[in-house]
Design a protein around this ligand. Structure first.
Ligand SMILES: *Cc1c(COP(=O)(O)O)cnc(C)c1O
Length: 394
């Protein structure tokens, strides 16, 4: 008899050999620009809490008040016993922020993508997907059963070629793209994508996970920044990044949202978002809309850090070989490093120097990199320390 689980040990061994093995680390206390890890204070460049709202006292109080009023769980799916007026308020608030007719809240961004994509297309349809899209878009595409063609990252010419070659063989077509690419920090060419979509009669789903609260004048995302508000689009996003809570959403036309309420399995057959998460996201959206100075501060920090890093890492001549700053137009700044081993060591050295920066390796990304995320609540001393430590470590 052979052990049917023995392959797991072997597989883990291979993962370890490739330096791809990961494990969790417990952060103590509240999230913020400075966090406590393994008993030490570290400056935090590894979260997606761009506006510092996950530890905001008002957001915390909103979650506490909702828990006291509605309890801890929503007790059922939204269509049965899991719907509260809070959910409705949150969906209204998202639709107002995005200037869409309606919105629907899922239990996570991942579930929003799985549910929306699988509801919008099926076996007779075509999906065109940017090669660097988030895992939830890729797995939503697989789940839908549609034919999936990946186009090279942000390559509009290639997207156009694929559309002219294959669009007519399929019933419906859906283009999938991150707005801010989560592991690179660059932006999708949204205007060009929308023009092609119009020409070839395609739907477009844009993932604003890292755009919401951060991009655009009012924090509505890249759709606002690129002047595409009101164009026919499926906008999805998460409540778990700049909004500091948990959950995901899709915003769009009233008929799209009504259709998803009837056809998105990951919304119908799962428990409604908890009252605490719902109320926290609602309060966070209120703050995003009433305190634009947070976004201003965030972008000031991004501009300063990008400038400082590009002085050291953008010129091949001056840059220590193998390290270079990837192009970015967001608070996600990545330093590409030659190997998984080097990036792990760098992450380790930075941590010893009091900085928490994530070392991202394959298979999450094609090449290893330090992923630095900037927060509105970083102080100039935090940013200075990062730059000088990076110079020393390298
Ligand atoms: C984080 C993320 C998601 C998933 O959102 P969750 O709410 O964390 O499940 C989806 N898309 C992108 C681009 C993301 O970065």
């Amino acid at each position: 008899m052979t052990n049917p689980y023995a392959w797991i040990e072997r597989s883990l061994h291979t993962i370890q050999q490739a330096n791809w093995h990961r494990s969790v680390k417990a952060i103590a206390g509240r999230p913020g620009a400075v966090i406590e890890l393994e008993g030490r204070q570290l400056i935090n460049f590894a979260s997606n809490d761009y506006l510092g709202l996950a530890g905001d006292e008002r957001v915390i109080q909103a979650a506490i008040a909702a828990t006291k009023k509605y309890g801890t769980g929503s007790t059922g799916s939204r269509l049965i016993s899991g719907h509260r007026d809070l959910h409705q308020q949150l969906e209204r608030a998202i639709a107002t922020l995005k200037q869409t007719e309606d919105a629907i809240v899922f239990s996570s961004g991942y579930l929003a993508n799985l549910g929306a994509i699988a509801a919008l297309v099926g076996k007779r349809d075509l999906i065109l997907s940017d090669q660097y899209n988030h895992s939830s878009l890729k797995n939503g595409a697989v789940l839908s059963g549609a034919t999936v063609l990946n186009y090279p990252h942000c390559n509009i010419d290639k997207l156009q070629t694929l559309l002219s070659q294959h669009r007519k063989e399929y019933r419906r077509c859906l283009i999938l793209t991150d707005s801010v690419f989560s592991m690179d920090g660059d932006l999708c060419p949204l205007l060009d994508i929308l023009d092609l979509a119009e020409e070839f009669e395609c739907m477009v789903l844009v993932d604003e996970a890292h755009g919401t609260g951060v991009m655009g004048k009012t924090g509505a995302g890249c759709v606002e920044q690129f002047g595409c508000t009101g164009r026919p689009l499926v906008q999805m996003g998460t409540l778990s990044k700049a909004l500091g809570s948990l959950g995901g959403y899709v915003a769009g036309s009233a008929s799209l949202i009504d259709f998803l309420r009837n056809r998105a399995a990951s919304w119908i057959y799962t428990t409604g978002l908890s009252p605490a998460d719902t109320a926290a996201a609602l309060e966070a959206i209120r703050i995003v809309q009433t305190e634009p100075e947070r976004r201003t501060q965030l972008w000031q920090n991004v501009t300063w850090l990008k400038q400082a890093l590009s002085e050291t890492f953008s010129h091949p001549a001056r840059s220590p070989s193998g390290f270079w700053l990837l192009p970015s137009n967001s608070p996600i700044l990545c330093l590409q490093v030659d190997s998984p081993n080097t990036v792990l060591q760098m992450g380790h050295h930075l941590q010893e120097a009091g900085l928490f920066v994530s070392a991202v390796r394959p298979p999450t990304v094609p090449t290893s990199r330090l992923r630095i995320t900037v927060m509105a609540t970083h102080e100039s001393a935090h940013l200075n320390q990062l730059v000088s430590c990076l110079q020393t470590v390298l």
